[in-house]
Design a protein around this ligand. Sequence first.
Ligand code: AP5
Ligand code: MG
Ligand code: ZN
Length: 213
Amino acid sequence: MKIIMLGAPGAGKGTQAQMIADKYDIPHISTGDIFRENVKKGTELGMEAKKYMDQGLLVPDELTVKILLDRVAKPDCKNGYVLDGFPRTIPQAEVLDKAITELGEKIDYAINVDVPDENIIRRMSGRRACLACGATYHIEHIPPKQEGICDKCGKELVQRDDDKEETVKNRLDVYHKQTQPLIDFYTKQGVLRTVDGTMDMKDVFTAITTLLA
Ligand code: AP5
Ligand code: MG
Ligand code: ZN
């Protein structure tokens, strides 16, 4: 099963993608996580990506597309995957489409996790992330068992550099201008499904699994 998660920054794409990946035993591929890993390791890619991420801007397509295509070509993707944060522009969606079509395959679902902007800014300030395994928490809604420590891998949780209120506002602007048009793109392909992302995360997940069943 090949799934794309769509939605504004902080809509819960990563939270839901991880649960989908666990349930269906497919890899969770987040371009944001890949960039953050590279920033942490101080690679050339990481240093280049950080310039854009810190401002809430998109990393240029030239850098992003290659990374994603290399990743989905790996053997663990043969039974499908859940993409989180890619595609984010029409050109990215077109490149992905072409690559998948060439393999005689298709995207099964694009799941739009719908959350209004007002809710987003509140959510982001409470988010804590594990840079080691990609798990996401919220200090009020989804706290880790032990404060500041990842339940899954035991590493330290951090607040993301781009979760400052000003940067979140920029990310929302960028989302509306550059990413929202993908809703049309996947509606036309007949694969778009929208879920109400303001519900409790378990209810959002139930709505998604009902769609996928
Ligand atoms: P990326 O890491 O993808 O960030 P994003 O899209 O802004 O999305 P987030 O990860 O912030 O939010 P999310 O929807 O995953 O929500 P989460 O589950 O964490 O990208 C970061 C940057 O990398 C971009 O700005 C860009 O610069 C670059 N980049 C990445 N991909 C790119 C691409 N393809 N092209 C170009 N540039 C790219 O949830 C948010 C919070 O809410 C958490 O604290 C969570 O615990 C909580 N929460 C989740 N669900 C619920 C719920 N139902 N109720 C209450 N709280 C909830
Ligand atoms: Mg995310
Ligand atoms: Zn972890």
